[in-house]
Design a protein around this ligand. Sequence first.
Ligand code: FES
Ligand code: FES
Length: 179
Amino acid sequence: GKGEMSVTLNINGQSQTLAIEPRVTLLDALRERLELTGSKKGCDHGQCGACTVLVDGQRVYSCLALAVMQEGKQIVTIEGLAKGDTLHPVQAAFIENDGFQCGYCTPGQICASVALLDEVKRGCASAMTADLTSPPQLTNLSEAEIKERLSGNLCRCSAYNGIVAAVQQATGQTPPSPA
Ligand code: FES
Ligand code: FES
């Protein structure tokens, strides 16, 4: 209709062409146009992380991204992480380590954690480690460092201990035994 633009989005490996208004966020396009409701709308203002998805492998708050700007990029949502019946290792780690309670923040936490692991592999520093000569590796990522790197993803149930344990397991470190 009037004011709409045609945009082709690549989401979870599939191309989808939509007619949308330029002001529509990626989050609304996913949830309201593509029935991909795993990404949650917590604050809609870049403050909670519930809407986190991967765009070209980087974590993005989809509530702050315009759908029409995503053409040609590879978008992966929580729905696209599993391969057939096999969960992504980070999803499996969240389940094994009780990385959630109500589950509302979980899709965003998991997408952010997938990106976090990749950032560490690529040697990206966090704000906490920016002045170290060599950033931490997957094998020595501390609990504090994981919390820092996930600080853009809030959990109103405070399931943080389980979330950190899940990320530790996904790094190949043994998570601490439950108290
Ligand atoms: Fe996007 Fe809260 S819904 S950051
Ligand atoms: Fe409920 Fe995180 S598990 S908001």
